[in-house]
Design a protein around this ligand. Sequence first.
Ligand code: ATP
Length: 288
Amino acid sequence: MENIVELKNVTKKFKGFSVNNMNLQVKQGYVTGFIGANGAGKSTTIKMIMNLLRPDAGEINLFGLDYKKHEKAIKERIGFVYDGNVFFEGLNLKDIKRIVAPAYKHWDDKVFHQYIEKFELPINKSMKTFSKGMQMKASLAIALSHQAELIIMDEPTAGLDPIFRRELLNLLQELMIDGNRTIFFSTHITTDLDRIADYIAFMQNGELVFNQSIHDVAENYALVKGGLDLLDRDTEKAFVHVHRASTGFEALTKNIQAVKNTFGDTVVIERASLEDIMYYFKGGVQHV
Ligand SMILES: Nc1ncnc2c1ncn2[C@@H]1O[C@H](COP(=O)(O)OP(=O)(O)OP(=O)(O)O)[C@@H](O)[C@H]1O
């Protein structure tokens, strides 16, 4: 099975916001980073993938199974790391483990204790005394202790200090070595993705803009700089969005070849970072 998560024409409407007709595939054996501005709909999508929120229309399959018939079998195979305390606040990790472990067929006590030690978490202290980073670590320790094939994380690096963030990225890389695991996670820290992501799914205003390999993103998107005299209604079509300044323009293209054909060497073409891409897509008029 190539796609471990598959959303087909998924729609979810809230007052003032909707996820529209979303089609998303998460490839097995790879790390997919899920990006988008605040309020783009990432958490809503993740909640639907986790069956914490029901779509109004469309289909969601995980491991080729649907939640209606296979909820337990699906959840068994997922490690979910959530930004926030999903556990009972008053409990300590020992109690939580006692509650959570029996729910998983493949719970591994030894692995759990290894992570608790590695993350330097107190096992007898109430979770309400944990810092945000400690709560994230606890959530991660549990997610990694039942041989999950798919790890889903909603902003796992938010609130972590830079050292643990780097350690976490290394750990995720290690987890990928056996080739059977898939990781899907949302983040605002796009530099983390340069380090570990194979695919980038980019969402804006409730719609998936693209889901491409990081290599294809680098091949397709670029920043273009040049003089204002080069711009007219036709040449501007080569761009997602153009910023004008008195000194010239800077624009994002999703078709480098078209830019080369149109402008030749009258413009400068530079690599676009994921932040550049998000920024320009947010900018307004889109020729997509
Ligand atoms: N239960 C709900 N009822 C009504 N509106 C909601 C609900 N949940 C989310 N929304 C709205 O849906 C939109 C998308 O929110 P969502 O949390 O999915 O965005 P996000 O991309 O995860 O943002 P962030 O990066 O800030 O976490 C927001 O406008 C939010 O207010």
